[in-house]
Design a binder for this molecule. Structure first.
Ligand code: EPZ
Length: 428
């Protein structure tokens, strides 16, 4: 298993290009199931999760061609997806278990074919991750749902019918699944308390380009008028706000100054406001965001994760790494997932002072972190260890970096280009 070695203590200086958003690309790819015409996605990131979903879509009958790249982009960021006919409506356990977002084929398959058999994704390191809201929403649209031997069997032989769906909890995936299903349902659907994440809006904009009739994009109340069919389109994936936020933290913890080309300030405003309170200077420029550690010392600030536009849960671990070296204390509260503090014991092994009380962690700043061999457990926990390693004295070895490869393209190259002493130790 590959590992990453970091020798910390070097301020990051330079420019990093921000890639397409993983959490926008995944639902956008499943939207290709809704039409027999070609959906072309540009600015698609090359990540392990994208490859996993490609394998799943191919067995459903989607043909995929890497259509090259756009000006200034490396090859492989433009992909044509064509689901001329659906070869199978089953999403098998051995593929779904690799990546929970596979559940996003459910809505499109039921809408297009009238039935689907999708493995229950099961939990993951950060929580039980139920899909009850996805299933209840589909039932509201007229599908019958049965759970058999670990599979969701959904059927709507007469097609889906529009309905009002009220989410008791904000759910990104359930909003996306039901938004896609509603585009082909007969009549009008209203999604109430819908997720407002930029990735949801990006999906909705792509669906409109494909011929869907959607109002309220970007709000918590989305109205969809079903259409008979959708057609092909060409759509550019929005920049990855979590990748952006991660590099903001890396620059801040090393006392550096980085230009993030392609970053969208509006999608990271909550993170930027928190960082400014901690003493980090963040300014938007045409086409990106610049980050610099304003004065010498970082200051501890409290953070509570919330659905967008609040502070994103996917930035919680990276923020905690940053706060380990801030003056004073920071109370970090995780409100979205029930088990998203697994980076805490690993950060403590590097000398951090963190105490967890239920869904809150009290971080008391220390003057130095010491490099150590550390273990990653999920995508964002693993990158928080990289952030800490960049500032730690000595050598940090991050194990199980396959977690990183799921969500960060060229992580070590991008950091090394800004002066970090970081390299991947390829397992022999
Ligand atoms: C998406 O996951 C993201 N993944 C996650 O990013 C992100 O952390 C999460 O949204 C929250 O922003 C993708 O977009 C592929 P949810 P999702 O449904 O859709 C509960 C990363 O690191 N819930 O918004 O699965 C759930 O348990 C990943 O890139 C139900 O109770 O998240 C959680 O407590 C990690 N029933 C809360 O809602 C349901 O049916 C939010 O989950 C669905 C969710």
């Amino acid at each position: 298993m590959d590992r990453i070695r970091i020798r910390g203590g070097r301020p990051l200086e330079g420019t990093i290009a921000i890639g397409g958003a993983k959490n926008a690309a995944l639902p956008l790819m499943t939207a290709s199931l809704l039409t027999e015409e070609t959906l072309t996605l540009t600015n698609l990131p090359r990540l392990a999760d994208i490859t996993t979903l490609q394998h799943l879509l191919v067995q459903h009958g989607v043909s995929m061609t890497i259509a090259g790249s756009e000006a200034g982009e490396e090859r492989g960021h433009v992909v044509d997806l064509t689901a001329r006919r659906i070869a199978s409506t089953t999403a098998p356990y051995d593929l779904v278990r690799k990546m929970r977002a596979s559940i996003l084929v459910l809505g499109p398959l039921v809408a297009r074919c009238g039935h689907a058999r999708v493995s229950l994704p099961g939990g993951c390191a950060i929580g039980t991750r139920p899909v009850d809201l996805h299933l209840k929403g589909l039932e509201k649209l007229g599908a019958t749902i049965e759970l058999k031997t670990g599979y969701i069997e959904a059927s709507a032989p007469k097609g889906l019918r529009g309905a009002e769906i009220v989410f008791p909890v904000v759910s990104v995936g359930a909003t996306e699944n039901l938004l896609m299903a509603a585009t082909l349902a007969e009549g009008e659907t209203t999604l109430v308390n819908a997720a407002r994440e930029p990735e949801v809006a990006d999906l909705a904009n792509c669906l409109v380009a494909m011929g869907a009739d959607i109002e309220g994009i970007g709000t918590d109340r989305i109205r969809v008028r079903g259409v008979k069919r959708l057609h092909g389109a060409r759509h550019r994936v929005i920049p990855d706000r979590i990748e952006t936020g991660t590099y903001l933290m890396a620059a801040a913890i090393t006392g550096g100054s980085i230009r993030l080309e392609g970053a969208d300030y509006g999608s990271i405003e909550a993170v930027a406001k928190v960082l400014e309170g901690a003493g980090v200077e963040i300014t938007a420029f045409e086409g990106g965001v610049h980050v610099r550690r304003a004065n010498g010392q970082l200051t501890g600030v409290d953070v509570m994760t919330e659905p967008f536009p609040g502070f994103p849960t996917d930035m919680q671990a990276q923020m905690m790494a940053l706060m380990t070296m801030a003056e004073g204390a920071a109370m970090i509260t995780e409100t979205i997932f029930e088990n998203r503090f697994m980076h805490v014991p690993e950060l403590c092994r590097m000398g951090a002072n963190i105490n967890v009380h239920g869904s809150s962690a009290m971080v008391r700043g220390v003057s130095r972190l010491a490099g150590a061999p550390v273990m990653a457990t999920d995508l964002r926990a693993s990158v928080s260890l990289v952030v800490a390693g960049l500032a730690a004295e000595g050598e940090t070895i991050v194990n199980r970096v396959y977690h990183l490869d799921r969500g960060y393209e060229h992580l070590e190259e991008k950091l090394a280009a800004c002066g970090a002493d970081i390299e991947r130790l390829v397992a022999d």
